[in-house]
Design a protein around this ligand. Structure first.
Ligand code: HEM
Length: 377
């Protein structure tokens, strides 16, 4: 079972080969916390995350090695389990820099990345406050759900009195490959998802589309990225009544192999000029892949790292299911551009965006430092 380095140039959990399971959590920092308190929380989280990702308890002897007369420091449900590829990725939301009332609680408003703003409203948005926003986020990914949940549970516990859970999401099947070594998984529409993703092996694309450059503003975010989270409900009961040929037209790829409808195999570049017998483009004008592709968006790309979710069912007996979309990009503008292009996406009839959040993800953490240290330096 894999254990990934916690320290490095970039935070783990972005180009790391996408693990099978997700527990994502957004937090609000307590109004009683000052700047030193926030730094203390980030330092405590960093220490715990460095251990958890190596398959260790939050602290030495944390689960059963302490006093019989005190609650254990570690909750214990990961005792005996390996690291399971756990990565823990931290992000800072717009409201950390300036809260809803415009208050600069931690003296960092002047260092706010200008691009770190709440996302604009998009056509069709049906956002619920209960799955939207957050001062801080933690993305925990692992190949064992118990390991991912243990991480979020213990980090929430460490934050007690300093930051509280605002919303969280479990995900159970990665919907993207982030490495050419991985096979392409499928989303709940049954289609391969992640084929044309930016992959870990493509250093040039990562530098251009994913990592904040040292020359970008602000300097403290160098080596970081922007994380967009969108909770997208999929109306799968309606989708399941759509004919196969129509499903493929809506996506722009074949359902079996995931090849573009313009021809070739899975990894062939789509040909947007190609037309069929009727003269209509083989990659339909309203197909998801056409509208999401760099060619329709001024060359913009992103690294997608989402997960399927099923949160039980609704009162109508329909599965409360969908895609917990996560993408990493050098600037939020990339997501905004693509999401606006998707306004005419034929898939929208079967989708509802119900949650949304954006975070600046600081660069990698050096041993002895805490996440986001350059922001507070
Ligand atoms: C590609 C499904 C939402 C951006 C794809 C593909 C599928 C898919 C099946 C083709 C395979 C691939 O290259 O990965 C879905 C579903 C969604 C959804 C079911 C909603 C539940 C979004 C959103 C965005 C997005 C919200 C960004 C705003 C992209 C991009 C591509 C893509 C950039 C690659 C296009 C290319 O370069 O060929 N998606 N997607 N998708 N999607 Fe989505």
């Amino acid at each position: 079972s894999a254990a990934y380095d916690f320290h490095g140039t970039h935070q783990a959990g972005i180009t790391t080969p996408a693990q099978d399971r997700l527990h994502f959590a957004a937090f609000d920092v307590s109004d009683s916390l000052d700047r030193a308190g926030l730094v203390g929380l980030l330092a405590d989280w960093t220490d715990a995350a460095a251990r958890l990702t190596q398959g260790l308890e939050v602290e030495e002897g944390g689960a059963v090695g302490g006093s019989d007369h005190a609650p254990p420091a570690d909750t214990g449900e990961a005792l005996g389990l390996p690291a399971a590829g756990l990565t823990i990725t931290f992000g800072f939301g717009p409201t950390l820099f300036e809260d809803a009332a415009g208050v600069d609680r931690f003296g960092i408003a002047a260092r706010r990345p200008p691009a770190l703003q709440a996302l604009p409203r998009f056509q069709g948005d049906a956002l619920k406050a209960e799955w939207t926003g957050g001062d801080l986020c933690i993305q925990a990914c692992a190949d064992d759900p118990q390991v991912a949940v243990h991480a979020i549970r213990n980090l929430s516990r460490i934050a007690f009195g300093r930051a509280s859970l605002r919303w969280s999401q479990l995900g159970f099947g990665r919907t993207s490959s982030t490495s050419t070594s991985q096979s392409t998984p499928r989303n709940l529409f049954g289609f391969k998802d992640g084929t044309a993703n930016v992959k870990a092996e493509d250093g040039e694309a990562l530098a251009e589309h994913v990592w904040v450059d040292a020359a970008d503003e602000p300097a403290w975010l160098a080596g970081g990225s922007y994380l967009v989270a969108r909770k997208i409900r999929m109306v799968i009961e309606n989708w399941d009544r759509v004919q196969l040929g129509e499903q493929e037209q809506l996506v722009g790829r074949s359902k079996g192999e995931g090849a573009p409808l313009s021809g070739g195999t899975e990894f062939a570049e789509p040909d947007f000029e190609a037309t069929g017998a009727t003269g209509a483009p083989l990659m339909a004008a309203t197909s998801h892949v056409r509208l999401a592709h760099a060619a329709s968006n001024g060359g913009v790309r992103m690294l997608r790292r989402g997960y399927n979710f099923v949160d039980g069912n609704d009162q109508l007996g329909r599965l409360d299911a969908g895609l917990f979309f996560l993408s990493f990009q050098r600037s939020p503008e990339q997501f905004v551009t693509v999401q606006r292009s998707l306004a005419s996406d034929g898939l929208n009839e079967y989708l509802k965006h119900v949650g949304s959040a954006i975070f600046a993800v600081p660069g990698g953490i050096r041993p002895g430092e805490h996440v986001g240290q350059p922001l507070f330096a």
